[in-house]
Design a protein around this ligand. Structure first.
Ligand code: NAP
Length: 250
């Protein structure tokens, strides 16, 4: 059976861990060559090693996605290494500071916006021209349920993720006639290292927010991302795909 992404090149940020790692491995399993990007060198090398051990192709690139020059270099690496860029998953993220709006520190707010929102802009800013050179492409940006609804103690995160939702829609409309589809993914709470950084919240409290009575897995999110990236989602554009065990349905 032919693979979904044979002959295509993908770029994934936040690829050292959690959802980004799962998507990188699934892309590679489906035939893509994957440039995996993250701040965490050790985790990134583990992702690349797992992909090559499975007989697929990956190139690790250590970068801070909040630095536009590093994002530009990652896209250039994809083109120089593999000759083209077809797919991108702009996914790196942090939880940011917890607390009511007036209780959080300004530096924490700014860093969260830089990593969770501005980095998505930098990603698309360099990926889209590369995809136009390749004749088209597909981009998925990681938002969250908190890109659709609010919570009082995660203002920077909620703000950044709502920004990703809107930026995705605007970009999708702008490039729809040019052969690039752009969508966002909105996970509920997923059992990855990220949730350990949510200050003052017990795991059981997070579980209770989901009608299905559990957290999601990175694999469950990855399957949705892979669908959006693939030609099977050929008429999905500017959409918000929610994978949240019923969180936002209440
Ligand atoms: P994760 O396991 O912590 O993975 C995120 C990865 O991104 C980590 O390897 C992290 O490195 C990396 N990263 C952080 N800042 C970076 C930067 N500036 N430049 C490059 N890499 C950076 O988290 P995850 O749960 O898979 O999260 C992936 C995405 O899903 C995030 O955008 C998150 O907001 C979103 N999301 C997660 C959940 C959830 O419940 N887990 C729910 C909704 C949305 P370090 O470990 O070194 O920081």
């Amino acid at each position: 059976m032919s693979k979904k992404f044979e002959g295509r090149t993908a770029l994934v940020t936040g690829a050292a861990s959690g959802i980004g790692r799962a998507v990188s491995e699934d892309l590679a399993r489906e035939g893509a060559s994957v440039v995996v990007v993250d701040l965490d060198r050790e985790g990134l090398e583990a992702t690349a090693a797992a992909i090559t051990a499975a007989g697929a192709v990956a190139t690790p690139f250590v970068a801070d996605v909040a630095d536009p020059e590093m994002v530009r270099a990652a896209v250039e690496l994809a083109e120089s290494e593999y000759g083209r860029l077809d797919l991108a998953f702009n996914n790196a993220g942090i939880t940011g500071p917890s607390g009511l709006l007036a209780d959080i520190d300004v530096a924490g707010y700014q860093r969260t916006i830089n990593v969770n929102l501005n980095a998505v802009f930098y990603g698309m800013y360099y990926e889209i021209p590369a995809m136009l050179r390749a004749g088209g492409g597909s981009i998925v940006n990681t938002s969250s349920i908190l890109g659709l609804v609010g919570t009082p103690t995660a203002v920077p995160y909620v703000t950044a993720k709502h920004g990703v939702t809107g930026m995705t829609k605007a970009a999708a409309v702008g490039y729809a006639e040019k052969g690039i589809r752009i969508n966002s993914i909105h996970p509920g709470y997923i059992d990855t290292p990220l949730i350990k950084h949510i200050a003052g919240v017990q795991r059981s409290a997070l579980v209770s927010l989901h009608p299905q009575g559990r957290l999601g897995t990175d694999q469950e999110v990855s399957r949705a991302v892979i669908w959006l990236l693939s030609d099977e989602a050929s008429f999905a554009n500017g959409t918000q795909l929610v994978v949240d065990g019923g969180y936002t349905a209440r």
